[in-house]
Design a protein around this ligand. Sequence first.
Ligand code: SF4
Ligand code: SF4
Length: 150
Amino acid sequence: MPKHIISGLKYLAAVELRKNGYNQNQIAEILDMNRSTVSHYLNGRNISVNSVEVAEVIRDFCRKDFLTMVYTLLKDVNQTRTIVKICSNTSYKSNIGNSCIACGICSDACMMNAVVLDDLKAKINDEFCCGCLICGEMCPTNSITITEVK
Ligand code: SF4
Ligand code: SF4
């Protein structure tokens, strides 16, 4: 079953990329698939309706649950980051307050690998952030603000 769900998620990501003008070769490279599979997916072949429906339900979970589910299925940070960012289709802006004590809890917790410690302060790469808010929930000094960019 997990493999079918991953196929469904890759299908959703492939469709999203196609909508944004990527060709089949580029989609194959981004999603780590072979080009003929991408072609089949985009033409509605070799993908079960059930897989797509389950993937759509997961995609519509809150950001935290979606990220956690994708990470659990893929067990790979880079692939998780790719699928979640493409399927989420939303940008976020972060701010770290001066109360940050550089404990590193946020960077350890971030499944998107979006947080680093730099010059005794956490820094978030907004390009990778998916707005799951896990870092903010775990920060002992309430230093993290994440806002959706409209
Ligand atoms: S968890 Fe909070 S205090 Fe700790 S490094 Fe991250 S932002 Fe700073
Ligand atoms: S909200 Fe925090 S934990 Fe979630 S992806 Fe963004 S930086 Fe990582």
